[in-house]
Design a protein around this ligand. Structure first.
Ligand code: ADP
Ligand code: MG
Ligand code: MG
Length: 240
């Protein structure tokens, strides 16, 4: 049984046209699933439907339990969502304060210890007392992931995680994501980058105009001109 299962999810903003249409998607423990599709395909909207930020029609299960009635807060305990722009997620002064903040508002015990551990995991421990403003974009991205990881999610949704990172950090970062998956976390990796998906994802789900047009191994999508064209996917890497 998959960790996360989405069945027949349909959504529109304000009774407008369908942004998501009958979407099915599943992620197992330890699996990295790429979510591919061109700009406007509905990738971020799907993330928002999973995390409860928007409410669609259909069913979403976590470990076989329907979560459709769960609040954003309750979903957030199990499903971590790292937005595309880390600046939208970071609100505190220092790195340690940032990670501890999320733990404290949830009244999670040993917040200091857990925050320090998450910062270590993300290679940021030595900067723990630095002001966040001193970090590079890539480091801010890792900090936003540390803040989410400290909450121990079962599912991690990463929206364009490698955008804006240089090649070295991109590789480091993806190796790190692989380690997180190896510990059993299910990962939804949103990207435009076929190269990234090929290298790191176990499977890819392709969205086009809110519909899933493929759900299979990345290499077989790369060889499918129809799917590649419909989703406006390029064989070349965009992020590096
Ligand atoms: P992607 O992440 O794949 O680029 P989005 O999920 O951001 O796509 O957007 C899918 C579609 O939904 C686009 O046509 C976009 O214009 C529309 N959309 C996104 N957010 C809103 C919103 N808040 N209100 C109305 N339409 C929106
Ligand atoms: Mg977009
Ligand atoms: Mg998006």
């Amino acid at each position: 049984e998959p960790l996360l299962k989405i069945e027949d999810l349909t959504f529109s903003y304000n009774q407008g046209e369908k942004i998501l249409s009958g979407v099915n998607l599943h992620i197992s423990k330890g699996e990295i699933v790429a979510l591919l599709g061109n700009n406007g395909a509905g990738k971020s909207t799907l993330s928002k439907a999973i995390t409860g930020i928007v409410k669609g029609e259909g069913r979403i299960f976590l470990n076989n339990t329907p979560i459709d009635k769960w609040s954003i807060r309750k979903r957030g305990e199990k499903i971590g969502y790292v937005m595309q722009n880390p600046n939208h997620m970071l609100t505190q002064e220092t790195l340690l304060e940032e990670v501890e903040f999320g733990l404290k508002i949830r009244k999670i015990k040993n917040s200091r210890e857990r925050a320090e551990k998450a910062l270590s995991t993300c290679g940021l421990h030595r900067y723990r007392n630095w002001p966040i403003s001193a970090l590079s974009y890539g480091q801010k991205k890792r900090l936003s992931i540390a803040a989410i990881l400290s909450l121990d999610p079962e599912i991690l949704i990463l929206d364009e995680p490698t955008a804006g990172q240089d090649h070295k950090h991109y590789l480091e970062f993806m190796e790190f994501i692989k380690e997180i998956a190896a510990e059993g976390v299910g990962i939804l990796l949103i990207t435009h980058d076929m190269h990234l998906a090929l290298e790191y994802a176990d499977r890819a789900v392709v969205l086009s105009k809110g519909e899933v047009i493929a759900d299979r191994e990345v290499s077989s999508i790369l060889g499918d001109r129809d799917i590649m064209e419909r989703a406006n996917l390029k064989e070349t890497s965009l992020s590096t």
